[in-house]
Design a protein around this ligand. Structure first.
Ligand SMILES: NC(=O)c1ccc[n+]([C@@H]2O[C@H](COP(=O)([O-])OP(=O)(O)OC[C@H]3O[C@@H](n4cnc5c(N)ncnc54)[C@H](O)[C@@H]3O)[C@@H](O)[C@H]2O)c1
Ligand SMILES: [Zn+2]
Ligand SMILES: [Zn+2]
Length: 346
């Protein structure tokens, strides 16, 4: 089969690989019909993710058709259409029993990381019963690919941990796919204000069409003043950090109102400073989270019912065998005006 293979920093190719085989009775082999590229894949290609070794097939998002299941898989059979979770989970260990699939003792984020991933014609999914979700006939698969990672991440790490409530003032720093997924899913709870902050005017304009009530370009360094002006100098109930750098974390600390929540989503490569000299008396809650994808069944229902339309996040379509070209587009997201790129087989 063909697959997108990482060969060390800056090196990737679309090449022949042996077709995956069942290795454990709990495995399934899935033929990929749709997949996409994540910002994390770009981090891997820069050499930022040490656990990913040369020769690895990348990708942790996708939908497909089950080709074969191991003898212990009871929830799926050949020809079932499935959504693949970016998080693999055994469902039995202590972390899984707490619903913290991201910390599964023999799973977690392993696809396209420590085992071969979904940017290929076929993929092996361990613990298939707990790591795959059945897709009802007639559901738009393009939309579902967004449920492998981006939408549960924006929802669980941003909206759910941030405890967005009706009437809340919410600010989301970062209007990338994750910030925009948080923007879409925060609307489940009818917040009064949804302020999106970014440097990219194109993404801010899109955010407006996705339900942002106001946008702030932070390029002039005045994001805090602008958000305070927009909120009658009170600040926001929920500040969601969806970039992963110290400056954007600082914005969140400076705009959260007393009693509010700062929900960190961004992956931080460097330390940030916690402004406890101000926040100690501010009754705030600060949360961090690696996505668990425990809300996938709920999110799937909202997509099927048309309440959530994550397809909006897809800006570019390619054939699966155009993965190399799709990486070029996604890697130049600002210039190409790209959010999520979708790859379809056949
Ligand atoms: N917690 C988790 O489980 C989890 C899972 C996946 C990804 N992530 C992380 O979430 C973050 C967002 O992911 P994404 O795919 O949307 O990334 P992205 O790079 O596509 O988007 C980030 C956005 O931040 C904006 N930005 C950059 N610097 C800024 C600044 N100084 N001020 C304001 N905006 C700025 C960019 O213009 C861009 O629109 C990343 O750090 C990613 O690694 C977290
Ligand atoms: Zn991802
Ligand atoms: Zn587990």
């Amino acid at each position: 089969m063909k697959a997108l293979v990482y060969h060390g920093p800056g090196k990737r190719s679309w090449e022949d690989k042996p077709k995956p085989q069942i290795q454990a009775p709990t495995d399934a082999i899935v033929r990929i019909t749709k997949t996409t590229i994540c910002g994390t894949d770009l981090h891997i290609l820069k050499g930022d993710v040490a656990s990913v070794k040369g020769g690895r097939v990348l990708g942790h998002e996708g939908v497909g058709v089950v080709e074969e299941v191991g003898s212990a898989v009871s929830g799926f059979k050949a020809r079932d259409r499935v959504l693949i979770s970016c998080i693999t989970s055994c469902g039995k260990c202590e972390a899984c029993k707490k619903g913290m699939y991201s910390h599964c003792e023999s799973g977690g984020w392993i696809l396209g990381n420590t085992i071969d991933g979904t940017q290929a014609e076929s993929v092996r999914i361990p613990y298939a019963d707990n790591s795959l979700y059945g897709v009802p006939k007639g559901v738009d698969e393009d939309a579902l690919v967004m449920l492998s990672d981006i939408v549960p991440t924006g929802f669980e790490c941003g909206v759910h941990n941030g405890q967005v409530k009706p009437g809340d003032k919410v600010a989301i720093v970062g209007a990338g796919p994750l910030g925009l997924a948080a923007l879409l899913t925060s609307q489940f709870y009818s917040p009064a204000e949804l302020i999106l902050i970014d440097l990219d005017e194109n993404r801010l304009a899109l955010a407006k069409t996705f339900g942002a009530t106001a946008t702030v370009n932070s390029g002039d360094g005045k994001a805090v003043e602008k958000v305070m002006a927009l909120t009658g100098n009170k600040g926001v109930d929920v500040a969601i950090e969806a970039v992963g750098i110290t400056g954007t974390f600082d914005i969140c600390q400076d705009i959260v109102t007393a009693g509010g929540h700062v929900a960190n989503v961004g992956v931080h490569g460097k330390p940030v400073s916690l402004k406890l000299e101000k926040l100690w008396a501010h009754n705030i809650t600060l949360t961090t989270r690696l996505v668990d994808t425990v809300t996938t069944p709920m999110l799937l229902k909202t997509v099927i019912a048309g309440k959530l339309q994550p397809k909006k996040l897809i800006t570019h379509q390619f054939r699966l065998d155009e993965l190399m070209k799709a990486y070029d587009t996604f890697g130049n997201a600002a210039k190409e005006k790209a959010l999520k790129v979708l790859l379809s087989a056949g």
